[in-house]
Design a protein around this ligand. Structure first.
Ligand code: FAD
Length: 416
């Protein structure tokens, strides 16, 4: 049966994006143009729609009367609700929605404890998942070989970026990474990954997020090379997807509810300084400036800026989470939420609450020659750089006192 390929610009998602020059929209739009070209070469077309998905589907059902609809499963709470509503509409019209696992190697309900309950700690989840991992999980399923089934028709006109209310960005501000990961990057990942000045990580997050690379293919190669440390990071991605799926309350609440008793200071002026990379802590400021300029930040630095916001400034992790969500090109709800809760201490498998990163030591350890820092803070060389907005020891001690009061626990051993 011939297949028509469609893409819906979902206004429920897009309307929430305040900045209309969003590199993620440019990324998606570029990818759609590529797909459109491939389909035209096979005598077909891509069709794009813009609106609220149930409304769009009512139109498609009336116009095209699809026999069946095929899509890949999305595990986020909003997407699940949306896809259920679409399935109901299709069923009422005598059609059917088929959803497939594709964006992950293990779906969020596949690697469970012996009693059928979800894991909440990473290491046992990882061990179970590795024990269950078989070659069928990682096998290639190249959709290109089915392109001959595409409905033969005149090319449709795609929505332009402007049609969707978004603006293009100049080429030099796009910073869209490639999807290829070299073997040497995977093999040297364990040694290089913590140093932000090195090109030691893959930057593949945005491709995993939007499905422009296969999660199976990447993990297969990591497994073939025995690049275990890299493979483990891919498992963290699926761990946090599983957590959000199994515990959707983490969307707004701390995984550990007692953390919602912490009396955050939430000072808007201080938050602004953090956002703008003007805290006076070079590793924090370099990270925030990299994020603002490119939509990316190195993982080691993400941990440092998140810890600084939650602990030194005592600003609710949800503020930081929202800022990252607006800016990150590889923004992923579950990874972002999980990692922010990890940094704040409120997450399922989080850092202990009294462990407070020293941002100066972090810089010394992971950017000893200040190569990364100088790349983003040129005024370090001219002596015009800001003083720390709060001295490290004072910020650390205040955080311990406020956390301790909120959690009703005495102070544990300090680290860092
Ligand atoms: P690599 O180091 O090359 O890793 C390969 C892939 O593994 C990544 O692309 C990602 O898909 C996955 N991965 C690696 N580390 C993690 C992790 N800790 N948690 C989940 N998946 C991981 N990652 C996101 O994909 N989206 C986010 O919105 C996001 N927000 C974060 C917020 C904070 C506060 C922190 C501390 C981390 C966040 N991360 C997020 C995790 C991690 O920082 C990024 O995945 C990583 O830096 C992306 O760079 P890369 O593609 O070069 O990763």
């Amino acid at each position: 049966m011939p297949v028509r390929c469609i893409f819906i610009f979902d206004t429920e998602i897009l309307n929430r994006l305040e900045d209309k020059a969003d590199r993620r929209m440019v990324f998606i739009h570029n990818a759609l143009q590529q797909i459109h070209k491939q389909l035209i070469a096979r005598g077909g077309s891509l069709h794009t729609y813009f609106g609220s998905p149930p409304e769009v589907w009512k139109g498609i059902i009336a116009e095209a009367k699809p026999h069946a609809v095929f899509a890949n499963e999305d595990y986020e709470p909003y997407a699940r609700k949306r896809d259920t509503a679409v399935a109901v509409l299709l069923q009422a019209a005598g059609s059917v929605l088929h959803l497939f696992k594709d964006q992950v190697v293990f779906a969020p309900d596949e690697a469970l404890k012996a009693d059928g309950k979800p894991y909440t700690i990473f290491t046992p989840y990882y061990n179970r998942r590795m024990a269950l991992l078989g070659s069928t999980h990682l096998e290639s399923r190249p959709s290109e070989q089915y392109l001959g089934n595409v409905l033969q028709e005149a090319p449709a006109t795609l929505h332009s970026l402007a049609d969707t209310g978004f603006k293009p960005l100049p080429q030099n501000e796009l910073h869209i990474p490639g999807s290829h990961i070299s073997d040497s990057l995977m093999l040297n990942y364990a040694t290089n990954r913590d140093f932000p000045a090195l090109p030691g990580t893959s930057h593949v997050g945005v491709h995993l997020r939007f499905g422009t690379v296969s999660a199976r293919q990447i993990e297969r190669r990591a497994a073939e090379l025995n690049a275990m440390v890299f493979q483990k990071e891919l498992v963290w991605r699926e761990f946090f997807m599983m957590i959000l799926y199994q515990f959707p309350q983490v969307l707004n609440q701390s995984f550990r509810p007692e953390y919602d008793r912490i009396q955050w200071r939430n000072n808007p002026a201080e938050f602004r300084l953090w956002c703008e990379g003007r805290t006076g802590y070079p590793i924090v400021d370099a990270g925030m400036r990299e994020l603002n300029a490119t939509g990316f930040m190195h993982n080691r630095v993400r941990m440092a800026v998140a810890s600084f916001l939650c602990k030194h400034l005592l600003i609710d992790w949800r503020w930081g989470e929202a800022y990252f969500a607006a800016k990150l090109i590889d923004y992923d709800l579950s990874a972002n939420n999980g990692n922010w809760q990890w940094a704040a201490g409120s997450g399922c498998d989080a850092a202990p609450w009294f462990r407070i990163f020293n941002p100066l030591l972090q810089a010394q350890k992971f950017d000893g020659k200040m190569e990364y820092i100088k790349r983003w803070i040129p005024e370090l060389l001219t002596g015009e750089y800001a003083q720390p907005m709060v001295p490290h020891e004072a910020g650390r001690d205040r955080a311990k006192a406020v956390y301790s009061a909120g959690l009703g626990r005495s102070i544990g051993n300090a680290a860092g």
